[in-house]
Design a protein around this ligand. Structure first.
Ligand code: CA
Length: 323
């Protein structure tokens, strides 16, 4: 099994190592999984190809890494102004999302499973205040995927940088701003030493899903009970990962505020409203270019709208009641 994560990358790679141990234990040693971090066997962003070709049997990553090959895969990881982990999991497991995902990967001989979620990410680190959309103009920001496309529409310049390069780029001023993950990972990277303001919410990654991918032939060769063990172990890291993020972000946010005196600020409503409008434009453009993107987009949008109506009188209403 290969992953897209650095060795010892907390929560992400840690969850995969746990997943491998769970499988071995649950199968009484009949199925053993040897985990390689990104770059140890194949370069991180070639994990999908390696699983597809059968070079390895399994992989772990995030579906938006394969956007160049499968544009619609982005709906299976993160969509700006899309659903949070709760909605995304409901869509995957009980709303037809996973069936669409299987259909997307079938031509590549890859079987996907939800296997982790970061929860709502943070909006990112800035050295100037973002008070209107004008402040995004000319801004060089590390922000990947669809979020980057939206920033470009707002007049900014999205920059692609791997995790290991972010701190230095921000500190030296090669980039003006960056997003990374959330309080826990951002604190570990020391981003508070290179930027003054920490903005929320992560409109571009409201609940990034991680994935387990299995080679179709290897999957078909597994007896039914071992298939079930892999499936259940994937469900287990899906939950474990989200729980870990939630619990560790609480502590890290406190540390950032109290020990590092970071200014945690909300994006103004006018900025979020404009970014949401531009997201719509960007998604419509992508849908016009690719038929399967359009198909998945329609299904995702419908589920999100239906879920929003329920959410408004359940989670949202309850959160307001607590204020
Ligand atoms: Ca991110």
């Amino acid at each position: 099994m290969v992953t897209t994560w650095p060795p010892n990358f907390p929560i992400f790679q840690e969850g995969v190592v746990q997943f491998a141990k769970d499988i071995e234990l649950m199968s009484g040693g009949r199925l053993k999984v040897k985990v390689y971090a990104g770059g140890q066997l194949v370069p991180p962003l070639q994990a999908f190809e390696a699983v597809s070709q059968g070079t390895v049997q399994m992989g772990h990553g995030a579906a938006y890494y394969w956007a160049g090959k499968v544009p619609a895969a982005q709906f299976m990881s993160a969509v700006p102004f899309g659903m949070t982990a709760k909605g995304v999991n409901a869509w995957f497991y009980s709303g037809g999302g996973l069936e669409l995902w299987r259909e997307l990967y079938k031509p590549f001989n890859v079987v996907p499973f939800p296997a982790g979620n970061s929860g709502v990410q943070m909006g990112g680190w800035f050295n100037k205040k973002i008070e209107s959309v004008e402040d995004l103009k000319g801004l060089k920001m590390r922000i990947p995927g669809l979020g980057g496309k939206v920033l470009a529409k707002a007049g900014g310049t999205p920059i692609l940088l791997a995790g290991g390069e972010i701190y230095t780029a921000l500190e030296r001023g090669t980039i003006d701003a960056t997003e990374w993950v959330g309080p826990f990972h951002d604190n570990r990277l020391g981003l508070y030493r290179a930027a003054k303001y920490y903005y929320y919410p992560g409109w571009h990654e409201p609940g990034t899903a991680l994935e387990l991918i299995v080679n179709g032939k290897a999957w078909a060769q597994l007896p039914e009970d071992l298939q079930k063990i892999v499936e259940v172990a994937a469900r287990s890291i899906n939950q474990w990962t989200l729980s870990k993020f939630e619990a560790l972000n609480i502590k890290a946010l406190r540390e950032l505020k109290e020990e590092h005196h970071v200014k945690v600020l909300a994006f103004p409503p006018s900025v979020l409203k404009e970014l949401k409008r531009l997201t719509q434009v960007a998604l419509d453009e992508e849908a016009a270019k690719d038929a399967s993107f359009k198909k998945v987009y329609e299904a995702y949008k419908q589920f999100q709208a239906d879920h929003a109506a329920w959410n408004a009188i359940s989670d949202d209403a309850y959160s307001k009641a607590l204020q």
